[in-house]
Design a protein around this ligand. Structure first.
Ligand SMILES: [Zn+2]
Ligand SMILES: [Zn+2]
Ligand SMILES: [Zn+2]
Length: 124
């Protein structure tokens, strides 16, 4: 197996080479998206956190970005770190919330993996 971006994406390898390749690729991809967005903002449809990251400041993107970095999220993360449990019992394992709080149980890791596939299919 050749280490690099494809082994990161398709085989889930997380060695230093693959991780670095993925970071570089994400940066490159974001930069391209930023340039594309800046030249034709009206053609952009992928609003949300992703839109915010590439420079869109419409109400959808701003709202998503705020939600993600909200106080409750930070508090939930702190709480999880300290107690190993979730602040709200509405939080379930295998969801973005649980994963973002820092849980790495099997369910949350599976969510992360599925998310990867979802993001890839959106990007296509
Ligand atoms: Zn590797
Ligand atoms: Zn937007
Ligand atoms: Zn979990």
């Amino acid at each position: 197996m050749n280490h690099g971006l494809s082994s990161y994406q398709y085989y889930g390898c997380r060695c230093e080479i693959c991780k670095r390749a993925n970071i570089e690729n994400t940066k490159k991809y974001l930069k391209q998206a930023q340039i594309k967005f800046a030249s034709e903002p009206s053609n952009f449809k992928n609003h949300g956190l992703y839109g915010y990251r590439i420079g869109c400041r419409c109400h959808i993107c701003v709202k998503e970005a705020k939600k993600t970095s909200s106080q409750s999220y930070v508090a939930g993360r702190e709480y999880f770190k300290a107690t190993g449990g979730f602040k709200s019992d509405k939080t379930k394992h295998g969801t973005s919330t649980a994963y973002q709080y820092g849980c790495l149980c099997q369910l949350c890791q599976k969510w992360k993996k599925d998310q990867h596939v979802r993001l890839r299919s959106i990007a296509k």
